[in-house]
Design a binder for this molecule. Structure first.
Ligand code: FES
Ligand code: FES
Length: 199
């Protein structure tokens, strides 16, 4: 037998199922999946994370968008086995550990950015990723950010407002975190000379 054929045999499990491991929303999750299992189906059916919605299943609507190592991807266009070892953030992972809504989620609530909600998980993940790259989008950039996601209910205007509101909330959060960090940094600085001279 040629050595190439032998390598193929080693990588192909006899039952046709592959063991994969993903870090989903900060938690290591494992699954046994066929090679053809879509990441979207793996999340929904194997890992029971049904917040990721499936609309078109061919990359058009954006409802299935998740973050893969921080980058927005369409999980209906990706095989679960190709995500093995990656960090995945689904809509369930946007909320803080204390249950607090993320700035993007809060902005959707503030601006009435959803109606039926089917498209919403995809918008939330898409906008979250985009604001990491561009925390202060202009109204035109806000439209571009959501340009690849479809919504049949809202007419998009309130979603554009939600992008801009999320940017504001994100800025407020960063300012608050900086404000909390500065007194602590000042405390440490004040304490440092004492430590240095042994007092
Ligand atoms: S379900 Fe993936 S893009 Fe529509
Ligand atoms: S809120 Fe219904 S499809 Fe977007």
């Amino acid at each position: 037998m040629a050595s190439g054929a032998s390598n193929t045999a080693i990588n192909q499990p006899q039952d046709g199922l592959f063991d994969i491991s993903l870090i989903v929303n900060g938690v290591t999750r494992t699954a046994r999946v066929p090679a053809r299992r879509l990441l979207s189906d793996c999340l929904r059916h194997d890992l029971r994370l049904t917040g990721t919605h499936v609309g078109c299943e061919h990359g058009v609507c954006g409802a299935c968008t998740v973050l893969l190592d921080g980058v927005a991807v369409r999980s209906c266009l990706m095989l679960a086995v190709t995500a093995d070892g990656a960090r995945v953030t689904t809509v369930e992972g946007l909320t803080g550990p204390d249950g607090k809504l993320s700035p993007v989620q809060q902005a959707f609530a503030d601006c009435h950015g959803l109606q039926c909600g089917f498209c919403t998980p995809g918008f939330l993940t898409t906008i979250t990723a985009a604001l990491l790259d561009n925390p202060e989008p202009s109204p035109e950039e806000a439209r571009e950010i959501i340009g690849g996601n479809l919504c049949r209910c809202t007419g998009y205007q309130n979603i554009v407002k939600a992008v801009l509101r999320a940017a504001e909330l994100g800025a407020e959060l960063r300012a608050a975190e900086l404000g909390a960090a500065e007194p602590r940094a000042a405390e440490l600085k004040a304490a440092a000379p004492g430590r240095a001279d042994g007092s």
